[in-house]
Design a binder for this molecule. Structure first.
Ligand SMILES: Cc1cc2nc3c(=O)[nH]c(=O)nc-3n(C[C@H](O)[C@H](O)[C@H](O)COP(=O)(O)O)c2cc1C
Length: 213
């Protein structure tokens, strides 16, 4: 029940209170929820880039479309969720080497499984298809981060409204083998600016939404 209350409470913030900051411990919990999100075959093909510094916020804001700029500037933190630019054999091997170490198994235990994944993921027809699969994992984690923020009663805005090529270039994400997919700004609502706060949540009715087969 509590989760549903959290989800009812949250909305995509449209204005941040610059004086009310998110605490570092709260930020840590949100990032932890993102880290704990499930991913296909446990590959976790993405990283979280944390933006708190004023100059870095300016840089990120400069790649955002219109109103989103202010969210980055005025929120306490911006998280950039950035996916691997592609699956590679080396990246898949690293995951299973670490898994074997952490579980105290020989890495051979995972050889067949890892080879199958390499065949499927690395062998994908196009780079676009490869990255689309990575992106799907990131969006699951986005949901976890938004839900954890809500549980802490911290406001957030998921943001796709930015120029990803521009941001990736500004931050040299190519050098890290990453491509940004979406941002999450975190902070507290400013009742003057956050016009969405008093409005009812708009969702399809359950009748319209659920298809019973
Ligand atoms: C992937 C994703 C990208 C979004 N991008 C933006 C954005 O760029 N700017 C913005 O103000 N809201 C953005 N939103 C917020 C949605 O418009 C909002 O979640 C939706 O209208 C439902 O409203 P609610 O989140 O307030 O319940 C985004 C939401 C998601 C899930």
């Amino acid at each position: 029940m509590a989760l549903l209350e959290d989800l009812q409470w949250r909305h995509a913030l449209k204005g941040y209170d610059t004086k009310k900051k998110v605490k570092v411990e709260e930020l840590g919990k949100i990032i932890e929820a993102i880290r704990l999100a499930p991913t296909s075959s446990g590959l976790q093909p993405f990283k979280v880039l944390l933006v708190s510094d004023k100059d870095m916020k300016e840089k990120v804001a400069s790649a955002c479309y219109s109103t989103n700029e202010a969210y980055v500037r005025e929120s306490s933190y911006t998280l950039i969720l950035a996916g691997w630019d592609r699956y590679t054999e080396e990246r898949i091997d690293e995951v299973f080497k670490r898994t074997a170490e952490d579980r105290g198994f020989s890495v051979d235990r995972y050889t067949d499984y890892a080879n199958k994944l390499k065949e499927v993921y690395v062998g994908m027809q196009s780079a676009q298809e490869n990255f689309a699969h990575i992106a799907r994992q990131v969006y699951i984690a986005l949901g976890f981060g938004l839900a954890q923020a809500a549980e802490l009663r911290i406001g957030s805005t998921p943001i796709e409204g930015y120029d990803a090529n521009k941001l990736d270039e500004l931050l040299n994400l190519q050098d890290l083998g990453l491509r940004s997919l979406c941002l999450i700004t975190l902070g507290h609502s400013d009742s003057e600016k956050d016009w969405l706060a008093p409005m009812p949540k708009i969702r399809r009715s359950m009748n319209d939404f659920l298809v019973e087969l």
